[in-house]
Design a protein around this ligand. Structure first.
Ligand code: ZN
Length: 418
């Protein structure tokens, strides 16, 4: 007995619609499926993709705009404003705001997410405790990877190293660093790699978040990735400084990233908002060079980062919105480039997060999105509703939408009654 049959699915790499037969949380067959099945849904030729992957999110400091006075002009100011708000956090408050964002993400079709959880002398392990409970609560809808993250620095904020170790013992999935916000970036990166090796986990850095190439700590991350043998297990978020390097130097560094199999996570809403603030004319966009990285074979993800806080005053936790913004901000408007943009919220982040059995093929985990469109580029250009979301072989979200165009009805029915 199958659990679910989705009939007439339009898969991105196939000309004709196919059925997907699902059992035990996995796609068993791609083709003409025959039952019996507990549930059969005809999706009528709509596009079906694997679930969306939001590879960089801060649930613990989301939705702060109502309680933080003023808006940040720089990353340093955003860290300061959020740090002040963080002093009033409680576990229930973190969980309440995180749930609201997770609910948005799940309805948007996100089936896997990496959340950075702040671990520092201000909040201690409170955020990690709250997020571990949410990881269990939301497991039927989204796989949460929790990154123990040193936003306030490690060396300048003792005893953060001890707290990070404790977070990993509690069950954090990986370790995250922020070398630009510490007194000794090289040593900061060393501590992160030492913890990654000690616990056998991946590493994820917030790095080189400035308009000018004034840090380039990613060079040290490349060195330490190779020294540790951690190729394919390291991600670099922001990396906006890469865009300011002259051509040959940029190409050389991009080649180093490709060789070390480091994934790059662009955070377009935050980067567009906080970069270029000192430019009075010809304001820079402040995005990492997404197209050049993709052309060099580097896995590139677009991710939400922050939802409505001093770093990013807006946000919907919908990865498709990021592709919509990047199509114009990163000059990716052809049909092929828009397909590449869909990969930045699906297959590329799946690779960066080392998700196993991701995709729409037989044997893959049945985490799927049914879209109100037929082609991949329509996701980017039109942000179609998600008709259905499937997680672990079960329908997790149904989206029903009803618009009544009363203006089209005849005069008699429009006339006010009485
Ligand atoms: Zn971040």
């Amino acid at each position: 007995m199958l659990d679910l049959i989705l009939r007439t699915c339009r898969l991105p790499d196939r000309a004709e619609p196919v059925d997907l037969a699902i059992a035990g949380g996995r796609i068993r067959e791609v083709g003409a499926a025959s039952g019996p099945a507990r549930e059969t849904i005809d999706v009528a030729g709509r596009l079906v993709t694997p679930g969306l992957v939001d590879s960089h999110m801060h649930l613990d400091k989301a939705l702060l705009t109502e309680r933080v006075a003023g808006s940040a002009e720089t990353a340093a100011e955003a860290i300061r404003l959020t740090g002040a708000a963080k002093r009033a956090f409680t576990a229930a408050d973190i969980a309440g705001r995180a749930r609201r964002v997770l609910d948005l993400a799940v309805a948007a079709g996100t089936t896997a997410m990496r959340a950075h959880v702040e671990v520092d002398p201000i909040v201690g392990l409170m955020g990690m405790g709250a997020m571990l409970a949410l990881k269990r609560e939301y497991a039927p809808a989204v796989d949460l990877q929790l990154c123990a993250f040193a936003q306030e620095g490690i060396l300048q904020a003792p005893p953060t190293e001890t707290l990070l170790r404790r977070a990993l013992e509690m069950g954090a999935d990986l370790i995250g660093g922020c070398p630009y916000n510490d007194t000794d970036a090289r040593r900061h990166i060393e501590v992160v790699f030492a913890l990654a090796a000690e616990f056998g986990v991946d590493a994820d850095f917030h790095v080189d978040f400035s308009d000018e190439p004034e840090h380039l700590h990613v060079r040290e991350i490349v060195r330490q990735t190779i020294r540790a043998g951690w190729q394919g297990r390291v991600a670099a978020g922001h990396l906006t400084e890469l865009a300011a390097l002259p051509g040959p130097e940029q190409a050389a560094l991009v080649a180093e990233l490709a060789a070390a199999r480091i994934g790059v996570i662009s955070l377009p809403l935050t980067d567009l908002y906080l970069m270029g603030r000192r430019d009075e004319l010809n304001v820079r966009r402040g995005l990492t060079p997404i197209r050049r990285l993709l052309e060099a074979g580097v896995p590139v993800a677009l991710a939400s980062n922050n939802v409505r806080n001093p770093f990013t005053p807006i946000g919907t936790a919908d990865p498709a919105h990021l592709t919509f913004v990047a199509a114009v901000a990163a000059h990716m408007g052809t049909r092929d480039l828009m397909r590449d943009l869909v990969a930045t919220v699906t297959t590329h982040p799946a690779r960066i997060l080392n998700l196993r059995d991701y995709g729409c093929g037989a044997g893959c985990r049945a985490d799927l999105v049914v879209w109100e469109c037929e082609r991949l580029d329509e996701i980017v250009m039109a942000l179609p509703p998600r008709r259905l979301v499937v997680k672990g072989g079960r329908v997790s979200v149904e989206h029903e939408r009803r618009i009544v165009e009363r203006w089209r009805s005849d005069d008699a029915s429009r006339a006010p009654s009485g």
